[in-house]
Design a protein around this ligand. Structure first.
Ligand SMILES: Nc1ncnc2c1ncn2[C@@H]1O[C@H](COP(=O)(O)OP(=O)(O)OP(=O)(O)O)[C@@H](O)[C@H]1O
Length: 326
């Protein structure tokens, strides 16, 4: 299979900060690829290098078969980039925004108009085409942003945190849109996200990056199936002692990777169905009241914990503290 993206041993240092620490991965052509990691993991830095906006301290990369360091202009013609900051002109209509991008890419007259009409239809924006972008909802603006990244028919599309800031409904519409694009436009899509369920839902393959290093890679299913057993989540009653509950669960045979998040304790066990009565009995013996217990297949959260020793949410929160202290 040909690779749409190859990143080889990328290192990026900003003074004392090592943002990328020897990151390598390949993205098969025509797939949705998730670059996943908490805040500060190095996702934006990777995208900046692959889209020629930044150069690595060492290492190399190709995009659409083109060397990003040797031929940045050719790479730019082959890619579409949709960043977290909107590139739309709020005072122009959706159609005008798209026509402007078409002109920047040297498209004129009927060719420009027909590509713009095609994209408006593809993103369900035809009825809103003549409204000002500032009047669009957050979800519509994000669709317009993605459409603007596709005007020149790139073969590789970079989507940096495509659903951050969207409400749940707009987020699920965006997910459907991205899945449809990948199927119908024969695009390779590299998506960064710090929503684990987004990567689980959309990505054919993904890499989990932590502190500038690759910690796991595979399809979401492969990564989850590497983890034996079930995840058991115990929600404690408001008056329960979380410490007593944790001690009780730690004392049970066969529990591993126990994490506490608020009043919820998560652990992995070989057989969820038989672990639940044992967990309830252990908590009862320790006089810990329980609100609910759920058994589930391991999620990407469990994969992340397994490879990094931290929960995804705690890594995110820790990085926010580091950045605030700088
Ligand atoms: N221009 C810069 N100067 C100094 N440090 C930087 C710079 N850009 C990024 N960093 C640091 O490099 C590390 C990786 O940052 P990066 O933005 O790539 O992470 P990220 O995974 O994209 O996170 P986020 O989801 O918050 O965007 C962080 O520690 C960040 O503070």
């Amino acid at each position: 299979m040909t690779h749409a993206i190859e990143a080889m041993d990328l290192v990026k240092k900003y003074g004392q900060v090592t943002a990328l620490d020897g990151l390598s991965f390949t993205v098969p052509a025509g797939t949705v690829f998730g670059l996943l990691g908490p805040n500060g993991a190095g996702k934006s830095t990777t995208i900046r290098i692959l889209t020629t906006l930044s150069t690595p301290t060492s290492g190399t990369a190709t995009v659409a078969g083109i060397d990003v360091l040797g031929h940045p202009n050719e790479v730019r013609r082959a890619i579409g980039v949709v960043t977290q900051a909107s590139g739309t002109d709020p005072q122009a209509t959706g159609r005008e925004n798209l026509l402007l991008v078409a002109q920047i890419h040297g498209m004129r007259g009927r060719a420009a108009k027909s590509r713009v009409d095609e994209l408006l239809a593809l993103f369900g924006l035809t009825d809103a085409a003549n409204r000002l972008a500032k009047q669009y909802s957050g979800g519509m603006q994000r669709k317009l942003d993605v459409a603007m990244g596709l005007v020149h028919r790139p073969s590789v599309l970079f989507l940096d945190e495509p659903t951050t800031g969207l409400d749940p409904q707009a987020r699920s519409e965006m997910w459907a849109e991205i899945a449809r694009l990948a199927r119908h436009e024969r695009l390779t899509i590299l998506l960064t996200t710090h929503y684990l369920e987004e990567a689980d839902h959309l990505a054919d393959h993904l890499v989990i990056v932590d502190r500038g290093r690759l910690v796991a890679q595979g399809s979401p299913e492969e990564l989850k199936s590497e983890l034996r057993g079930d995840a058991v989540v115990i929600d404690l009653s408001p008056d329960a002692s979380v410490d007593a509950a944790r001690t009780a669960i730690e004392g049970m045979a066969g529990t591993r990777e126990i994490t506490v998040s608020g009043r919820s304790i998560r652990t992995r066990v070989d057989h969820g169905a038989s672990a639940v009565p044992a967990a309830l009995a252990a908590l009862e013996r320790s006089s810990v009241p329980v609100a609910a217990v759920t058994v589930a297949r391991p999620a990407l959260d469990d994969v992340y914990l397994r490879y990094t020793g931290r929960t995804f949410a705690s890594a995110d929160a820790a990085q926010e503290k580091v950045e605030a202290a700088r």
